[in-house]
Ligand binder design. Structure first.
Ligand code: GLA
Length: 382
């Protein structure tokens, strides 16, 4: 992204001397709604990112400016100082979480901007939290590791935004590595980099342009609560089960009469999805992209029919993918809108993108956006 306009604005508002930091959005190949269940995910940081230029200002206040919205906000850093502006809550939350860990955060000036599409399932909010966290950590020598910064971003979502998200997005944003996906065990937070270079294939995202906001309506949190209720039911007989990751379909069947049908089917999806990710990793080791693609379609089916986090627009794009011979396709991220992620053979890309976007526009009167996926590094100083 052209970062000069960020620095120009910073200089205009706050004078020279700001330092620029960035942290990216993410894709996720497979493993959806598994993170808060202690399962696995397979994300990678991308070439679209949020940026924060920052400088301590010698006061106890934060003076913040969101360049893309042309909005400013000024706030203190005590719990009762929470700003009104939605975007400023992320900045406030990150600083507050650091303060709660015993750190001192003096006031600072900050300009934020970015090119992660908002509400597209590419984790613009995690990118913002991670950019701000990384910036404060560096500016004030706080000594947090990247993993700790990811956890601070997640806590910001829980405590200041109201989304009880898992750790995937912030982890990918803070720890992403160029050319690799991250196979993250969300129970132990151990991860390994999986080089990802599918010869003969490309990943492409199609954005329905139906924006999703996981905080609105609480649908995301309701999914999490369903999972927790099922875990509680299973734990009655199997106290070692703390998360859906710890259980299996047989134990789930034992509680069928004790949980609602809706909770049951959601838990079934999660248990299956955790296994699907493991199967996908095996297929990746063998460069078996046909199996990877098949698993992606299965995930879509599960997210749409069992976990019910799809929408007609996403299902339509998934059907288009099937129609034009795309190897794998599914809704990506939290759902309820945003993008499909598509694994497409090189020689099918042009036709698929052209035909699917035309058909989508005809059906919904919205032009979908198309993004090629490029896997990049995580949070850094520029
Ligand atoms: C959102 C959340 C993540 C994860 C995904 C679904 O992106 O922030 O923690 O739960 O949804 O996989």
């Amino acid at each position: 992204m052209e970062t000069k306009k960020i620095s120009d604005k910073f200089n205009e508002l706050f004078g020279e001397g700001g330092v620029l930091y960035t942290s990216p959005g993410r894709i996720n190949l497979i493993g959806e709604h598994t993170d808060y269940n202690g399962g696995f995910v397979l994300p990678g940081a991308i070439d679209k990112a949020m940026y924060a230029e920052i400088k301590p200002n010698g006061t106890d206040k934060v003076r913040a400016y969101a360049l893309d919205l042309n909005e400013s906000s000024e706030f203190g850093l005590r719990e009762e100082d929470k700003p009104q502006e939605g975007w400023a809550k992320y900045l406030f939350g990150v600083a507050r979480e650091m303060i709660k860990k015993g750190k001192t955060i003096p006031g600072f000036d900050i300009v934020i901007s970015g090119d992660v599409p908002l509400g597209a399932g590419m984790s613009s909010s995690a990118a913002l939290e991670s950019a701000v966290g990384f910036a404060l950590n560096d500016q004030y020598n706080l000594g947090f590791s990247r993993k700790e910064l990811a956890l601070i971003g997640q806590a910001t979502e829980h405590n200041y935004v109201g989304v009880k998200c898992g750790i995937m997005d912030q982890y990918a944003s803070c720890l992403g590595k160029e050319g690799s996906l991250i196979r993250l065990d969300c129970r132990s937070l151990e991860s390994e980099y999986v080089p990802f270079d599918p010869k003969g294939y490309q990943l492409v995202l199609l954005n329905t342009c139906v924006p999703h906001n996981l905080a609105v309506g609480g649908e995301y949190n309701k999914r999490r609560e369903s999972c927790e209720r099922v875990v509680a039911a299973i734990a009655n007989n199997h106290p070692e089960v703390k998360l859906l990751r710890d259980t299996n379909l047989d134990q789930l069947k034992e509680v069928k009469a004790k949980v609602s049908e809706e909770d049951y089917i959601r838990a079934e999806f999660v248990i299956e999805e955790i296994q699907r990710l493991l199967d996908t990793c095996e297929a990746l080791k063998k460069d078996d992209y046909e199996t990877v693609g098949k698993k992606m379609y299965e995930t879509h089916e599960g997210l749409s029919k069992k976990y019910t986090v799809s929408c007609p627009e996403l299902d339509f794009l998934n059907d288009q993918a099937k129609k034009y011979g795309v190897t794998g396709s599914r809704v990506m991220g939290g759902g309820f809108g945003g993008c499909t992620i598509n694994l497409v053979k090189d020689d099918k890309i042009d036709e698929f993108v052209k035909k699917a976007t035309e058909a989508y526009e005809k059906e919904f009167n919205i032009k979908p956006k198309v993004y090629d996926v490029v896997i990049k590094n995580g949070a850094r100083k520029l």
